[in-house]
Design a protein around this ligand. Structure first.
Ligand SMILES: Nc1ncnc2c1ncn2[C@@H]1O[C@H](COP(=O)(O)OP(=O)(O)O)[C@@H](O)[C@H]1O
Ligand SMILES: [Mg+2]
Length: 362
């Protein structure tokens, strides 16, 4: 099957991903549905701790393993057992993953691990959050860049592999790649390491690349370089991107469509322009208004002058979510219904989804 621009590449339906913890079940991803089409970049924007990385792990089928490991290494007796029992019995509100992920029409959730391994790294790849542990200090950068190909194609000829590695390191503008590819990761700067990870994520020709906070470990000038590389990937490569960031500027630069996440849920999803210039959800409005640059942009396009301030209050504890809409304690438009009832996640205009009782009234 070949994919064409605009085809549905990824379809996520009612995805939940819950950790076990001492305080109870952490609802890191709480009933999220969305899609990514071929050739587009979906940006996931949300404050730290809202569940973005957990969502990425759940999409590529690694969540369960990470959550089990976390439960097993915690100092809470019985947590690992509780986790395993919950997964075993498929308890809807227990720790583990629920819901479906379809990739190129095939359901990934419930796929055999062997098939998933084949998929990961080859058809879907991830640039993980945090550079520090992503590259192995013991192996040369060239070796590691070629690894995704070697893993999936044992018969690849060494000379071909080397040529490809150098091609890809060149594409991400790694200086002197031809002489430096034999060096270990310690001899590269943070920005270079991030570019090496980008090369690595592309080398096996994936359909989808997930970039989790691709710029946040770097200082501002280096961030700019990485954004340029990612924009090049978006424009010149035949891949779809899921870019995750807590920084609206990063998302504004890369995304065609934006999903705003809060307390494990998507609050609003829509075309980037709509989301930045004329968002409807009170949380999205608050979030965008806390970025001076975006506020300026809105004024220039004739929008109302937003008040430049953050959102009052704190994000909720994911083990003890507020009743009804999880944003209600911080929302200026909260009415009784918002406290009593969970909103329905609905498509209010073509391509524009919202999780708010009061859409259309406020
Ligand atoms: N390995 C883990 N074990 C237990 N809880 C975790 C783990 N990783 C993240 N969490 C919790 O899950 C929630 C969502 O975290 P995360 O997905 O990392 O959010 P984000 O990427 O948006 O910052 C947070 O409350 C966080 O404390
Ligand atoms: Mg994260």
């Amino acid at each position: 099957m070949n994919t064409m621009k605009g085809d549905r590449l990824l379809e996520v339906k009612n995805l939940k991903a819950f950790y076990a913890s001492k305080k109870g079940v952490i609802k890191a991803v709480d009933d999220v549905s969305f899609h990514i089409d071929t050739g587009e970049c979906l940006g996931i924007l949300g404050e730290s701790g809202c569940g973005k990385s957990s969502l990425a792990l759940a999409v590529i089928g690694l969540f369960e393993r990470v959550a089990r490991f976390a439960a097993g290494t915690s100092n809470v007796p019985g947590l690992r057992k509780e986790f395993d029992e919950s997964v075993e019995s498929n308890r809807e509100d227990g720790p583990g993953v629920h819901g479906s992920v379809y990739f190129r029409g095939e359901e990934l959730t419930g796929m055999e691990e062997e098939d998933l391994v084949n998929m990961r790294g080859k058809q879907i790849s991830m640039i993980p959050q945090g550079l520090t542990h992503a590259l192995n200090p013991q192996y040369s950068v060239g070796y590691q860049t070629g690894e995704p190909i070697e893993i999936h194609d044992e018969k690849v000829r060494l000379i071909e592999l080397k040529r490809k590695v150098l091609d890809y390191l060149g594409l991400v503008s790694l200086a002197d790649a031809g002489t430096r590819f034999v060096m270990d990761p310690g001899s590269f700067s943070g920005g270079e390491a991030q570019r090496i990870l980008i090369a690595m994520s592309l080398i096996s020709g994936p359909y989808l690349v997930i970039a989790d906070e691709p710029t946040s470990a770097l200082d501002v000038t280096i961030q700019r370089q990485i954004l340029n590389v990612l924009a090049m990937v978006r424009d010149d490569f035949d891949v779809s991107l899921m870019t995750i960031s807590h920084n609206a500027g990063v998302i504004a630069e890369l995304a065609d469509r934006v999903a705003v996440m809060y307390a494990g849920k998507f609050m609003e999803v829509g075309p980037a322009e709509k989301m930045f210039l004329d968002p409807d959800h009170p949380y999205t409005r608050g979030l965008m208004a806390s970025y001076p640059k975006i506020a300026m942009m809105r004024m220039k396009t004739g929008g109302k002058r937003p008040r430049l301030r953050g959102i009052r209050g704190e994000p909720p504890d994911l083990t003890d979510l507020p009743s009804g809409c999880p944003f209600h304690p911080r929302c200026d438009y909260c009415v009784d219904t918002c406290v009593e009832k969970k909103p329905e996640y609905r498509e209010v205009e073509p391509g524009h989804f919202i999780y708010c009782h009061r859409w259309g009234e406020i």
